[in-house]
Design a protein around this ligand. Structure first.
Ligand SMILES: [Zn+2]
Length: 403
């Protein structure tokens, strides 16, 4: 039997939260000193657990179970958003550590448990860098071009952190499944009272920037009808999003204008440039297509009326179904250990999204208090943290028995 140790699990989670601790949360962005220190600490824990531990030049940490040629891979990411929470990603990393450690202690199972801690899931430089590199969908050109919003280059961050280990490619012959545990980052489990959500699919994401060009002029002396104000058409586009997206929605679609800005950004200067970021998510690709078409038609219509706007689609992530067999395994595991569970679509992207392209993959969520995440208020009850790990361990055991 894989029997996890709750006190050890919680203690390791709390120790990991000290790396980059910020008030009640954690600030541990990818490749920061705190991030690299946390990754070295994880590698040490893997080693202690009897795994073969290594860290690659991106900072992804591998814990490989020795003496087996098949394994269930479990993990997540330990990098955070700026001023983020202590559980996002870290929870799934420690689940991987604890289940792999408990599997080593359990002794003989037909298959082993490998643990992993992916780099830069949060996208400081490149979203899901670790998992995307592992499945082979990032090439050298993308790595060379990757940079943070403040212009720092990924290649410089790697050099600064002095990382040099060789990255591993996923081995589908060895790694028969990938399992990821995560906090829900929403309020649904808390209101249903279930301990676990089994994820059936991950919503697709479209992310784009809309920019508008104009001409800077004195805002006090230039008559209104003689201006080329870059911001006005952008605000019209914004109100299109607010007013028309509800009609385009599947009912589950979510959208967000997360950034809007005007340059030069002075009260007495007509904006010469303006831009906003827009993203929307749905588990149905046809809905995403429909909205994207409506967005470009709207921009074309505004340009026809005299504005100079352009659309740059920066991200198109297709919805990702989770493996049906793993979904059922998680449900059986939750039943075996007596915890209420429900199915859920994940609105957030995760490393599991990429692993799912190569090997059978599944995810579980545990409740988030108040649905809060990506913030220092993020938290989950200890008993729920433990419950999720018990379900994870049971699912790993079912899979590792080859059943
Ligand atoms: Zn995460």
């Amino acid at each position: 039997m894989i029997a996890i140790k709750p006190e050890r699990l919680l203690a390791d989670l709390r120790t990991l939260a000290k790396f980059g601790q910020y008030k009640t949360g954690v600030d541990r962005i990818a490749f920061s000193d705190e991030d690299i220190a946390a990754r070295k600490w994880i590698a040490e824990r893997y080693r202690e657990a009897g795994l073969e531990a290594s860290m690659d030049r991106f900072g992804t940490v591998y814990g490989i179970a020795p003496g087996v040629n098949k394994a269930v891979l479990i993990g997540s990411h330990s990098d955070t958003v700026p001023q983020g929470g202590w559980l996002d990603g870290a929870l799934g990393v420690i689940y991987g550590l604890e289940v792999a450690r408990a599997a080593q202690e359990a002794g003989y199972l037909p298959f082993g448990v490998d643990a992993i801690n992916f780099q830069d899931e949060e996208g400081t430089y490149l979203p899901c860098l670790g998992s995307r590199f592992m499945i082979g969908t990032i090439d050298d050109a993308a790595l060379d071009a990757a940079h943070a919003t403040d212009g720092r280059k990924l290649t410089d961050a790697i050099a600064r952190a002095r990382l040099s280990g060789v990255p591993r490619k996923l081995d589908p012959k060895r790694q028969i499944a990938f399992l990821e545990g995560h906090i829900e980052q929403g309020p649904r489990l808390e209101s249903s009272g279930n301990k676990v959500a089994v994820i059936t699919s991950m919503a697709g994401i479209r992310r784009m920037t809309v920019t508008s060009e104009g001409r800077a002029d004195h805002a006090g002396t230039t008559p209104m009808n003689m201006r080329e104000d870059a911001l006005t058409p952008l605000l019209r586009f914004g109100s299109f999003v607010v007013d028309v997206f509800p009609k385009l929605s599947s009912g589950e679609t979510v959208w967000n204008i997360g950034r809007i800005e005007a340059t030069p950004g002075a009260a007495n200067v007509v904006p010469s440039g303006a831009g906003l970021s827009l993203e929307f998510r749905d588990s149905d690709e046809t809905v995403l297509d429909r909205i994207e078409v409506a967005v470009s038609e709207q921009i074309a219509a505004l340009n026809k009326a005299g504005s100079r706007m352009s659309l740059d689609v920066t991200t198109r992530i297709t919805p990702t179904p989770m493996d049906v067999g793993i979904v059922e395994t998680f449900e059986k595991a939750a039943q075996d250990v007596g915890y209420g569970h429900e199915r859920m679509v994940s609105g957030a992207g995760h490393d599991a999204m990429f692993l799912a392209r190569k090997i059978p993959t599944g995810m579980i969520f545990i409740p988030s208090i108040g649905g809060r995440s990506h913030d220092i208020a993020e938290n989950t009850k200890d008993e729920d943290i433990v419950a999720g790990c018990v379900v994870m361990a049971r699912a790993a055991e079912i899979l590792a028995c080859g059943a």
